[in-house]
Design a protein around this ligand. Structure first.
Ligand code: GLU
Length: 151
């Protein structure tokens, strides 16, 4: 069963996330990853296997004030660095971790994302791409002219 840690802080989000993920290790997992950002940079780091493997890839420049982390128990797609969470939207603007199963991910893929390229095989990746598509439709909708109610 996966674990999720999120932080909105002032510094060293990566350390807080790694500590949190270590505390969730008992739940079982096959890979782990984290995303951290501050006003000037962001970083996405993933590793197959133990949190220790992830920690080794978190170099001194991987730092931020906000972030999310995840330990994955694969349900869709093999355990691998590629399939580890977080997953990003095509435009890299959205970053998602997810616990559980998206039962209708194939239908969502066919209906909305048939022209999208995916890096891995997870159901989660479908969702982050879908949010991007739906968000762009919502924000692209022209505003209705305001109607005058009274003469
Ligand atoms: N279904 C997702 C995957 O296979 C999430 C699994 C989990 O809960 O860790 O990546």
């Amino acid at each position: 069963m996966c674990g999720i840690v999120g932080i909105v802080g002032k510094s060293n989000a990566e350390r807080i996330i790694l500590n949190g993920l270590e505390r969730l290790e008992y739940r079982g997992y096959d890979s782990a990853g984290l995303y951290v950002a501050d006003r000037t940079s962001d970083h996405l780091v993933k590793a197959q296997g133990r949190i220790k493997n992830l920690e080794e890839k978190v170099t001194s420049e991987v730092t931020g004030t906000i972030g999310i982390g995840h330990t994955r128990w694969a349900t869709h797609g093999k355990p691998s660095e590629m399939n580890a969470h977080p997953h990003t939207s095509a435009n890299q603007a959205l970053v998602l971790v997810h616990n559980g199963v998206i039962e209708n991910f194939e239908e969502l893929h066919q209906e909305y994302l048939s022209n999208h390229q995916f890096e891995g095989q997870t159901d989660t990746e479908i969702v982050v791409h879908l949010i991007e598509v739906l968000k762009s439709k919502t924000t692209a909708r022209p505003k209705q002219p305001s109607k005058k109610l009274c003469p």
